[in-house]
Design a protein around this ligand. Structure first.
Ligand code: BES
Ligand code: MN
Ligand code: MN
Length: 455
């Protein structure tokens, strides 16, 4: 065993303790009451990066939550690797469904349970641990490193773009590395070469100027709740295709060779559905489950409200109704363009007697890179050293909005090497990170820095 691997093995328990300390800070970016906690989480990370030996580590204020920037540039002539991650976490609610409180991390059955354990604090700490190990064992890193860890990923990454623009010179580098995605199984590592984008909207339907008696007025004036249901029902046809005119125009056709590669992905569909607790697969006709969740766009209602929802019955004709409707996008769909098409479509679908508004909440550009890129081969070699099965190549259904922005501003290739599992409960109660993924991920990252230096 080489000295680096030995160091990583020896310090496993402490790596867990370190992460647990960070997980205690409730850095919920969506909730104003946690603003100071976000700053605390950023400061905690910057301090930790300093103490493992990064030459510079600072908390940089933005319009929103701060960005943590750190660097180590002691490898002249070697590549400069920029690592992106996020320290903010999703709101923990509903709290009553957590077996142990979200910000009191516990290790149980080889897993650490806490909000942010895997998304993304634990995956950021894999890099911190790998940096520590290289600097302790060799006194240097194999590559130059710049870390950009933001605090608004879970709320759409609003402020970081201005930071990237302002710091463009300082951020000069050769590639981006992100650990914020998943593996295909506990012993099946994966590299992600595509991410979906998103268009997140709110549709509001307004009817009468106030709630009305559903007997005295029902049947004689339009009901906004009924109208909203009509509109939403027509957003997809009976074959699961989205009806917004032009919606598919810019969808890049799936290359047959890529389709064939994806078909061979060791994806366990039965386990995926079991994990979801869904009785049967469902989706767009003509596409497999794996394709539906990665290379095809979607339309989903995330929440809906109208009228009376309390105990018992209340005869009321509500004055308004609303829905949060999101579209996952694939290359080369454009969120702004589709927002306008959606707006016109919804207005056409609306029955008479109501007015509708479509509000844009946030958008992100979809992203994909060639799956045969040489840097991905380099990442595969790193994964080969840490795991027994060869890495699978996949496109993720989720979004990491800033990846496309990095590409647009810097033109770098991106290695998405993440270690989440389908049963990690990301964004849900009882989020966890399996320690086998945490330690395997730490090793993979440590080896990745070496492989990148060789490439
Ligand atoms: N880490 C996730 C993205 C992800 C999800 C990767 C599932 C792999 C599997 C990220 O933190 C996230 O949740 N992104 C949001 C972005 C949104 C708020 C714009 C998403 O995909 O919903
Ligand atoms: Mn994440
Ligand atoms: Mn997330």
């Amino acid at each position: 065993m080489d000295a680096l691997t030995a160091y990583l093995e020896q310090h496993r328990d402490r790596f867990v303790d370190d992460l647990v300390q960070w997980l205690r800070i409730p850095s919920v970016s969506a909730q104003a009451q946690h603003k100071a906690d976000c700053v605390r989480a950023a400061q905690h990370l910057a301090d930790r990066l300093k103490s493992v030996g990064m030459t510079r580590a600072e908390v940089v204020p933005t319009k929103g939550h701060p960005v943590v920037y750190a660097e180590w540039l002691g490898a002249p002539g070697a590549k400069t690797v920029v690592v992106y991650g996020h320290y903010d976490v999703q709101p923990p609610e509903p709290l009553e469904l957590w077996k142990t409180p979200p910000f009191e991390p516990v290790v149980r059955d080889g897993k650490v349970f806490a909000r942010g354990a895997v998304d993304d604090k634990g995956q950021v700490y894999m890099h911190v641990n790998a940096i520590e190990a290289h600097l302790k064992v060799n006194g240097k890193l194999p590559v130059n490193l710049k870390l950009v860890i933001e605090g608004e990923e879970e709320v759409g990454s609003e402020s970081i773009e201005a930071f990237l623009v302002e710091w463009k010179e300082r951020l000069k580098g050769d590639l981006l590395v992100v650990s914020d995605t998943a593996m295909l199984g506990p012993d099946q590592p994966a590299l992600t070469y595509g991410l979906r984008g998103i268009l997140y909207t709110e549709i509001e339907v307004v009817g009468p100027k106030q709630d009305l008696h559903s007997g005295h007025f029902g049947g004689a004036v339009q009901n906004p709740a009924n109208a909203l249901c009509e509109i939403v029902a027509k957003l997809k046809d009976s074959e699961g295709r989205i009806t917004v005119p032009g919606f598919y125009d810019k969808v890049r056709p799936l290359d047959p060779a890529e389709r064939e590669m994806l078909r061979k992905t060791p994806f366990d569909e039965a386990a995926y559905l079991r994990e979801a607790g869904a009785p049967a697969p469902f989706g767009e006709k003509g596409w497999s489950t794996l394709e539906r969740m990665s290379v095809r766009p979607t339309c989903d209602v995330n929440g809906m409200w109208s009228g009376y929802q309390g105990e018992g019955s209340k005869t009321v004709l509500p004055s308004l109704a609303g829905a949060k409707v999101s579209f996952r996008l694939v290359p080369d769909q454009d969120a702004d363009e589709l927002l306008r098409a959606l707006e016109a479509h919804v207005k056409r679908l609306a029955p008479p007697g109501v007015t509708v508004k479509v509000k844009n909440l946030h958008g992100a550009t979809p992203w994909v890179m060639p799956y045969d890129h040489p840097l991905l081969a380099c990442a595969r070699r790193a994964l080969d050293r840490a795991w027994t099965k060869p890495a699978a190549m996949m496109r993720e259904g989720g979004s990491i909005p800033i990846v496309a922005t990095f590409e647009r501003l810097f033109g770098w290739p991106v290695i998405l090497m993440g270690f989440g599992l389908d049963d990690d409960n990301v964004h849900a109660p009882n989020e966890k990170f399996s320690l086998s993924s945490y330690h395997g991920g730490t090793k993979s990252v440590a080896y990745l820095y070496e492989e990148l230096a060789r490439a």
